[in-house]
Design a binder for this molecule. Structure first.
Ligand code: PLP
Length: 405
């Protein structure tokens, strides 16, 4: 395995050079969104200046260039996650829309009394769409609990299945605990019971190689902006036979075969699920982000981020009153903590004054917060461009503010 040249990586991110409140910015909120490399921004600018046209509907040159960029990005996404065919790759606005699409469409095929299994560590975007669909379609939701270290209780998971279980929806990596869930094992269990599995990969794709077929995922969702790509675009992978069986999610242009008042037919996959003018500029820039990621050795990226996590955790635990939530073996580069009785918000505001950008709050995971009996945490999360010097600066800031809290 090669080592990551962090200085060279940082040179690709102009935003890392800015200051916050007159201090060098230390950006540790990468689980919320990553900063954007120059190549991705250049791709956006290049497409707006050079190829701006609507896709699919035009015979003219610009439209064909835009269509080619969009379809090349779809192929790039297919290869990135190891899908079999581009007809299984649906562009969405992000993870949230991808999950809403599946919940809204697929659940229409379920029968009242069927059930869905979620876990207590899910992000709200992998809870609320299922609650809405459950209410509409008369479904029951079951919830897998966690063990004290923040790993899933897999015995409880296995015990939740019954003859009416149709689907499992689980995060690949928890955005609060950093727990990496055994999704391939969970998929095998779901399939054994005749159920499908949707994996929320929002926190996984920037940190590990994802192969949807090796996992056995029926659906896999992720967002471009958490993997160095542009905002506003994401991917839903769905196995062809499921997408074929599912009714459209939204109606409009692009998603039809033929429209008449006597009855309308749907376009082939994946266009059946892509109503309206697609965001080809961001699709192309997403493809550039995939290039950017794949130029790196992802194992070296993960090793670097894990080393930062281990070092920060060890030093943080030396501070009096430190509580870290999520200590599962093999956890990813996310550290959620509380310091004594200090409110997470106060800790975050004081760190910000010293240039350290961390997230505070419930992290869109209120059921998980309830499990711990807390309202929120302070969360730092690493990307490939973070350095040990930044961890030291964060630790110095934390030690400085600790007496004030
Ligand atoms: N799932 C997880 C685990 C997340 O961490 C997030 C965002 O933080 C989402 C889903 C939602 O992603 P988006 O807001 O990009 O749709």
């Amino acid at each position: 395995m090669s080592t990551l040249d962090v200085a060279a990586v940082r040179a690709d991110f102009p935003s890392l050079e800015r200051t916050v409140h007159g201090k060098p910015m230390i950006y540790l909120d990468n689980a919320a969104t990553t900063q954007t490399p120059r190549a991705v921004v250049d791709s956006i600018v290049g497409h707006y200046y050079g190829h701006k046209a609507n896709v699919h509907r035009g015979v003219h040159c610009l439209s064909q260039e835009a269509t080619a960029a969009m379809e090349a990005a779809r192929e790039r996404a297919r290869a990135f996650i190891g899908a079999e065919s581009t007809s299984e790759i649906v562009f969405t606005r992000g993870t949230t829309e991808a999950i809403n699409l599946v919940a809204s469409s697929l659940c229409q095929l379920f029968r009242p009394g069927d059930n869905i299994i979620l876990t207590v560590m899910e992000h709200h975007s992998n809870i609320v769409p299922w609650q809405i669909a459950a209410r509409r379609n008369g479904l029951e939701i079951k919830v897998v609990p966690i063990l004290p270290d923040g790993s899933l209780d897999l015995d409880a998971y296995r015990a939740l299945f019954d003859a009416r279980t149709r689907l499992v929806a689980v995060a690949h990596v928890s955005n609060v605990l950093g727990t990496v869930n055994p999704v391939a094992e969970m998929a095998a269990e779901a399939h054994h019971h005749g159920a499908m599995i949707l994996v929320d990969g929002a926190q996984a794709v920037a940190h590990t190689k994802v192969d949807v077929r090796a996992i056995g995922a029926d659906f896999y969702a992720f967002s471009s902006h958490k993997m160095y790509g542009p905002n506003g675009i994401g991917i839903l992978y769905g196995r062809r036979e499921h997408l074929e069986a599912m009714p459209p999610y939204q109606g409009g242009g692009e998603m039809i075969g033929h429209v008449s008042f006597a009855g309308t037919t749907w376009a082939d996959l994946p266009y059946k699920f892509e109503a309206g003018t697609p965001d080809f500029v961001d699709a192309a820039a997403f493809s550039t982000a995939v290039d950017f990621l794949e130029e790196k050795d992802i194992a070296a990226v993960a090793a670097h981020e894990n080393a930062l996590t281990a070092y920060a955790t060890e030093e943080m635990m030396k501070i009096d009153g430190m509580r870290i939530f999520g200590t599962a073996p093999g956890k990813a580069a996310v550290i959620s903590f509380l310091l004594g009785n200090a409110h997470h918000y106060d800790t975050g505001v004081l760190l910000d004054q010293l240039g350290v950008e961390v997230r505070t709050g419930h992290h869109c995971a209120q059921p998980l917060m309830e499990t711990f009996g807390i309202e929120g945490t302070v969360r730092l999360s690493f990307a490939m461009y973070n350095t040990f010097a930044e961890v030291d600066a964060f630790l110095a800031a934390l030690r400085r503010i600790a007496p004030m809290l």
